[in-house]
Design a protein around this ligand. Structure first.
Ligand SMILES: [Ca+2]
Ligand SMILES: [Ca+2]
Length: 155
């Protein structure tokens, strides 16, 4: 999708994040220590992680923050890579994932309250976290979930 030159700063950042993330996740999720993470282990792990973040008994894990960080950079780099995600960057990203422009554009406008909130890294993290852990369908993060549901209905 985005091509960073092999060995460039971003390429290295991505590579490290994904390598470390996998090791960290495996350590945390592989309960019976057989060096394999089964679907059940994975789902239990994700459920526990989300519960703990939501109950505030755990900070957002570092691997998750690192992953969000790269996710943000990927979207931002589809446009001007200025540290803010603009509507067109957001739309381009979801176009790659086969979400129609009008759906993702509407979603972006809802998330940013028609552009009144600029999507910087912090706000982006908040939106994704809400999407991952919130049951409140009106929180901005769940607009993304609604967008995916909307899409399901169209198919
Ligand atoms: Ca295992
Ligand atoms: Ca940007």
């Amino acid at each position: 999708m985005t091509e960073w030159k092999e060995g460039s700063a971003m390429w290295l950042k991505c590579k490290n994040v994904f390598a470390n993330t996998w090791e960290e996740l495996k350590r945390a999720a592989d309960v019976n220590l057989d060096d394999k993470v089964t679907i059940d282990e994975w789902l239990n792990f994700m459920e526990n992680t989300c519960k703990q973040i939501k109950a505030k008994t755990m900070d957002t894990p570092s691997w998750y923050r690192a992953w969000l960080d790269v996710f943000f950079d990927v979207i931002d780099s589809l446009g001007n890579a200025d540290g803010w995600i603009e509507c067109e960057e957001f739309v381009s990203f979801f176009r790659v994932h086969k979400i129609p422009d009008e759906v993702s554009r509407k979603c972006f406008n809802e998330i940013t309250f028609d552009g009144r909130i600029a999507m910087d890294r912090d706000y982006f993290n908040l939106v994704i976290l809400q999407y991952s852990i919130s049951n409140d369908m009106n929180s901005p993060g769940n607009i993304h979930a609604r967008m995916l549901l909307l899409l399901d209905e169209q198919l």
